[in-house]
Design a protein around this ligand. Structure first.
Ligand SMILES: [Cu+2]
Length: 164
């Protein structure tokens, strides 16, 4: 399922180009202003979602598609999730068995390529998630790149039983 959520950058672009669509425009304006200080040109995030664990307080998974366009390759060095005490990029084994989950090394982003974080593959593991973060809310994810920049985006928070 494609998420209805748009990245702050996309929302900003929509506000600029689709002035006839006034619905939620004030919200989009506010979001794009808040995120503007942490937007990396060339990074596009799509289909982002945070899946809470069935048991509150257990690690949650964040999935998204990251498209990068830039002069030189960069690596995805780190990640943080608002509402989680720590976060790391993990990778699943071929069979998608939870026991095969390991920390991923730095992921290289090459211009024009899309990195997909998805169930059974790479994902962001959010540890010690606040019980205040509930399905239906949204939170911010920040990725840090090897060139020293950081890129933040908003994601929907979903319950464990929702479609991944
Ligand atoms: Cu994991």
């Amino acid at each position: 399922m494609k998420s209805a959520a748009v990245t702050p950058f996309t929302a900003f672009a929509l506000v600029l180009t689709l002035t006839s669509c006034g619905q939620n425009q004030a919200d989009a304006d506010q979001q794009s202003e808040a995120a503007a200080s942490q937007l990396v040109e060339g990074i596009t995030i799509a289909n982002q979602r945070m899946m809470l664990a069935p048991v509150s307080g257990n690690p949650a998974a964040v999935y998204f598609e990251l498209t990068y366009v830039g002069d030189a390759p960069v690596t995805l060095d780190g990640v943080s999730v608002d509402g989680a005490q720590s976060a790391a990029i993990h990778q699943m084994g071929e069979d998608g068995n939870g026991g095969m989950m390991t920390a991923s090394g730095p992921l290289t982003l090459k211009s024009g390529e899309t990195l997909e974080l998805k169930p059974g593959g790479f994902h962001v593991m959010a540890m010690q998630v606040s019980p205040k973060l509930e399905a239906g809310q949204s939170t911010n994810v920040t990725i840090t790149l090897s060139d020293g920049t950081a890129h933040s985006f908003e994601t929907d928070v979903k319950s464990a039983g929702d479609e991944r």
